[in-house]
Design a protein. Sequence first.
Length: 249
Amino acid sequence: MDLTILGSSPATENAGGACSGYLVSTGHTRLLVDCGHGVVSVLREVTELKALSAILISHMHPDHFFDLVPLAYGFLFGKVPSIPLFLPPDGAQTLHDLAAAVRLPEGFFERLFQISTYDPTASLRCGEVTITFAHTRHAIPAYAMRFVHDGRALFYSSDTAPDHRVAALMQDADVALVEATAPLYSEDSDSATIHLDAPSAGRMAREAGVRALILTHTWYPVAAETLSLGGEAFGGPISLARERSVYRV
Ligand SMILES: [Zn+2]
Ligand SMILES: [Zn+2]
């Protein structure tokens, strides 16, 4: 299983980057996981749209789904056959409301994608990959995901503050892709109650027995500190997600 970073930025794009987006690939399956702003441009550098198998969205914050609009136009202009779009339980209404607010044609997304909502208490099979979920601690309902293929496990935190359900899903993952968004040096921010910082991400991954850690959703101006503090807390192989990087899981 391969993980390609399409977007590693937090709620605003770092220079030359994109917001949350990841490609999870096996021999016959290509899953687009999250589709924040800027993701489509990078996605099209690394794969043709018609090669995608399905799309999964972890939660309905703009930096995780706003590029569904240009992605849908890519499917329309490219005459790409419709693929499944799996949204969180509250996702269909949000997508419908967005389409209405910006006056997209009636049924715009429904014509281009096979839209459904996933059940976070069940497992989901997408091609060769099995996905399980955990509710995270965030400002809106959000779901961490664990991708398993051929005995290998990739964990993705989505957005979360420290949470035992997220930690349980991360247990013994071969590779964990974990957000480290919370400002490192700001004491007046609410973000620590809905996001992880690098030390807490590193600590969670160490306690979960993760073999390799990738920090993402990070703010480049504090990249060096993020990596160093995360590495200290994790004590194992660690890297910072960067657009276009590919990891073998
Ligand atoms: Zn979020
Ligand atoms: Zn986010």
